[in-house]
Design a protein around this ligand. Structure first.
Ligand SMILES: Nc1ncnc2c1ncn2[C@@H]1O[C@H](COP(=O)(O)OP(=O)(O)OP(=O)(O)O)[C@@H](O)[C@H]1O
Ligand SMILES: [Mg+2]
Length: 484
């Protein structure tokens, strides 16, 4: 493998390892802290318990089996020494008694028997069941003159079969069977006890971990709930102070932050209220000023011009001079045109119809003037407003519709403009729709130059309403909604 490919393999392995880590992190992240801690405690106690049990079992098995083997060797050697005399004396019963005593007094002994030098059984402890001849085929040392040991699998379990020669094998040999059963039972008993202890320790661990996680997660869960409440807008929510630990400090810092936030919100609300009040006063003052100027124009300049025209007519009535008559007519026409312009200016500043006859009449009048001023636009006006609205609502709605119509005339290059104003279920709705080129309202607002649109919105909000603008290639629609 060359350097490059080994590098590729290591990058590959790292990527796989990272993938695994990521998967474990994502998998563990799905569980709550309580489940994670309980899971870890349970897994640790189980693994620890099983490993310790297995280790103790292995060590104990080794020690006890070793001890069984040592015991077997010593008992069978002793038996070989003690049976030599009765065998030499041909005292078969004495041999049997020795064997029987040994088996009776030894807790693990299952059988014992003596073979003579020909390999024939001289005495055994199998009793009425008879000697199992299969045992003769098994020879622990392969030679009667040697000591030996074999582990046999029998119907009654595992048996350690020991052999010891009698007088170096010249007389025969003794064999002794020691069963593993008792020791296996002891080992199984200890193992069971250890497993039961593991289960109890595991349960105690889970109980302790539950208590610990409850103590740990209670302030965290409380903090999470408070965070949610604050997120939902309840700035009066506060985290409970459970203890002076790290989580307690976090709660204190969080509470301080929410307190500051609440104070800031109150300040912003106060500022906003003050701004709205100021805006209201500003708009009122502007309307009042417009009203005053319009009245001045009508009552002062208008009246003056009218008197001028009457005076001119009286002055030149007696004259028959053609030139004087022509001049009078010219001056009268000029005065009339100026009077018209003054009236128009007065209406634009503040239509008296708005105060005297209401929004519907004022809009009607405005639309007529508008068509004269913008002959390229045909205006389709429908106003369905039974009764009068509050004066502020009338003024603001009038100004909003006026701005919408002016915008269509100035920016849309449209041929048609439709204005619909209705009143239903305590809501006045106005729609100003042109079939012009459209524009991007969001971008226009972002540019910060849209004083007109901004003013429409401010006015609508002042009287609790809103303005929505939809614009596309087919034209622009301005929707106004104001509760009355
Ligand atoms: N009906 C419309 N059709 C096309 N463009 C429009 C329309 N209404 C507004 N706009 C665009 O949005 C911009 C912002 O309009 P806005 O009324 O806020 O400001 P303005 O009309 O340019 O100036 P003013 O402050 O005198 O009203 C306009 O300059 C124009 O480009
Ligand atoms: Mg405008």
């Amino acid at each position: 493998m060359n350097a490059r490919s080994s590098e590729a393999v290591s990058t590959d392995a790292r990527a796989r390892f990272d993938g695994w880590l990521d998967r474990i992190r994502r998998g563990a992240g799905g569980f709550s802290v309580r489940t994670k801690i309980l899971g870890i405690v349970l897994a640790l106690t189980t693994v620890l318990g099983l490993v310790v049990t297995w280790q103790v079992r292995t060590v104990m098995t080794g020690v006890l089996m070793n001890e069984l083997d040592n015991r077997g060797q010593s008992v069978v050697s002793d038996l070989a020494a003690r049976t030599s005399d009765p065998i030499l004396l041909n005292d078969t019963y004495g041999v049997f008694e020795l064997l029987d005593d040994t088996v009776a007094n030894h807790p693990d002994a299952t059988y014992a028997f003596v073979l003579n030098s020909d390999g024939r059984v001289v005495a055994h402890t199998f009793g009425d069941a008879g000697f199992p001849t299969a045992l003769l085929e098994i020879n622990p040392s392969g030679d009667l003159a040697a000591s030996g040991y074999l582990r046999l699998e029998t119907d009654e379990g595992l048996v350690h079969d020991f052999q010891a020669p009698i007088l170096d094998g010249r007389v025969g040999a003794v064999r002794l069977g020691l069963s593993e059963d008792r020791l296996s039972g002891v080992i199984t008993g200890i193992t069971t006890q250890m497993l039961i202890t593991t289960v109890f320790v595991g349960l105690a661990g889970v109980a302790a971990a539950s208590l610990l996680t409850w103590l740990l997660t209670r302030p965290i869960l409380d903090l999470v709930k408070t965070t949610r409440d604050v997120g939902a807008g309840d700035l009066s929510a506060r985290a409970t102070h459970w203890a002076d630990d790290e989580i307690g400090s976090l709660g204190v810092a969080f509470n301080r932050m929410v307190r500051d936030l609440e104070a800031n919100r109150d300040t912003i609300a106060d500022n906003e209220a003050a701004r709205t009040r100021l805006l209201e006063q500003l708009i009122d003052a502007q309307e009042e000023e417009r009203k005053r100027i319009a009245r001045e124009l009508h009552d002062g300049v208008g009246q003056g011009l009218s008197s001028l025209m009457v005076g001119m007519a009286v002055l030149t009535k007696s004259s028959t001079d053609e030139a004087v008559i022509a001049k009078r007519e010219e001056l009268q026409a000029l005065a009339e045109e100026t009077l018209d312009q003054v009236r128009q200016l007065g209406r634009e500043l503040r239509p008296s119809a708005l105060d005297d006859l209401g929004l519907a009449a004022a809009l009607d009048r405005y639309a007529q003037d508008f068509e004269v001023l913008h002959p390229q636009l045909s205006v389709d006006l429908h106003v369905d407003l039974p009764g009068r609205l509050p004066p502020t609502a009338e003024t603001n709605l009038y100004r909003i519709v006026q701005e919408g119509m002016t915008n269509a005339a100035r920016h849309s290059s449209a041929g048609q403009l439709s204005v619909l104003v209705t009143r239903r279920n305590g809501l006045v709705k106005a729609i100003i729709e042109d079939n012009g080129q459209g524009f991007d309202p969001v971008a226009a607002r972002r540019k910060g130059r849209s004083v007109g649109i901004h003013g429409m919105q401010e006015r609508a909000e002042l009287i609790g309403g809103k303005v929505t603008i939809e614009s596309g290639r087919d034209g622009t629609s301005v929707f106004v909604e104001v509760p009355v």
